[in-house]
Design a protein around this ligand. Structure first.
Ligand code: NAP
Ligand code: ZN
Length: 351
């Protein structure tokens, strides 16, 4: 065991503050990574503030699951990485490897999966600690390769915001000429726009922030709809093949269901705590469906990173030092981020 620098929350109402945490020494299948950048996901904020009744937070909480860094040590059985490689870690650090979900490459649905933070830690006891830290030790299977043409600060958010939007688009067959909606132009939403555009779809973004219009067009959106404008919404009734809902707060999902065409699907990835009230009639007519999606499996995460390498896709990031993390959280709550915060972890050295 060794000590690592980190930022942690002591309670649901505490600010994040500097701390030291234990990390395990790398075992034979493990990789030790010096963290260069870690994205700030809205899930970090939900978890730090204990906003999810289904996943109560254990304190101290060290969030962070959008990790890019350099390999500093490898275990004797590690084959895919060597010291000095650029490496990435997302939301998962372990799973049982034997269940039908793991065998299907869908580790995110394994009943025994371990999340990067706030999951029981089988090695050290307590819970796992995430990427707001100067280093992490992770089993090789859960470590990803970052294409060398991608800048590390912008690549970090691909590990959650990227895969969470890429996976459902692949699952629901987003391709050329499909009409695709993205609800909420935040961290996830702006990645969804980039992927849908790269896959050749006609992309419409629904936003509560009219001032994001120019950015949306620059990111690859074909049409921008301000969601509280009923006239703008009504123009799209019954027309979408697929809509991705990436909103972090309570909102009326029925307004989007009615925009789907026959057999259209809306996939929810945003995770407000309160249940959605879904009208049966919105689904019955036109045989529409609603579904959910959770990050993505390891093989698909590598596929997404390789897709990003090929298409030169990274997140649009505001790079901040860790000392600004609490301010960043307040801005996230106001939908004021362009479009992901990426923490420069070398800033931890100055504290
Ligand atoms: P984010 O960067 O804060 O973006 C959320 C966006 O939602 C905002 O930028 C805003 O977009 C819109 N929004 C915020 N409040 C709203 C309100 N009251 N009504 C309508 N729209 C509102 O968050 P994120 O990191 O992208 O995460 C989004 C959600 O996905 C979070 O709940 C997070 O926990 C969840 N998540 C799920 C998964 C998964 O695997 N399913 C993975 C990661 C994250 P506009 O300004 O354009 O309206
Ligand atoms: Zn996330």
């Amino acid at each position: 065991m060794y000590n690592a620098k980190a930022y942690s929350a002591a309670s649901a109402t505490s600010q994040l503050a500097p701390t030291m945490i234990p990390r395990r020494d790398p075992g034979e299948h493990d990789i030790q990574i010096e963290i260069l950048f870690c994205g700030i996901c809205h899930s970090d904020l939900h978890q730090v503030r204990n906003e999810w009744s289904v996943m109560p937070t254990v304190y101290p909480c060290i969030p962070g699951h959008e990790i890019v860094g350099r390999v500093t040590k490898v275990g004797s059985a590690v084959t895919k990485f060597k010291i000095g490689d650029l490496a990435a870690v997302g939301c998962l650090v372990d799973s049982d490897g034997n269940c039908p979900d793991c065998k299907a490459g869908l580790e995110q649905f394994c009943p025994n999966m371990t999340l990067t933070y706030n999951s029981p830690d089988v090695h050290l006891g307590g819970v796992t600690y995430g990427g707001y830290s100067d280093s992490i030790v992770v089993k090789e299977h859960f470590v990803l390769h970052v294409p060398s043409n991608l800048n590390p600060a912008g690549a970090a958010p691909l590990l959650c915001a990227g895969i969470t939007t890429y996976s459902p688009m692949r699952h629901w067959g987003v391709t050329k000429d499909k009409k695709v909606g993205v609800v909420g132009l935040g961290g996830l939403g702006h990645m969804a726009v980039k992927f849908a555009h790269a896959l050749g779809a006609h992309v419409v973004v629904f936003t509560t922030s009219p001032n994001k219009k120019d950015d949306a067009l620059r990111l690859g959106v074909d049409e921008v709809v301000v969601s509280h404008d009923a006239d703008q919404m009504n123009k799209h009734v019954g027309s979408f093949d697929f809509i991705l809902d990436a909103v972090s707060a309570e909102h009326d999902i029925n307004a989007y269901i009615q925009l789907l065409r026959r057999d259209g699907n809306i996939t929810v990835v945003g995770a407000p705590d309160n249940p959605h009230a879904v009208s049966a009639f919105g689904l019955l007519f036109k045989r529409r469906s609603i579904s959910g999606s959770l990050i993505g499996g390891i093989a698909e995460t590598q596929e997404m990173l390789d897709f990003c390498g090929k298409h030169n896709i990274t997140a649009d990031v505001e790079i901040i030092p860790i000392q600004k993390v609490n301010v960043a959280y307040e801005r996230l709550l106001k939908a004021d981020v362009k479009y992901r915060f990426s923490i420069d972890m070398t800033s931890l050295k100055s504290k």
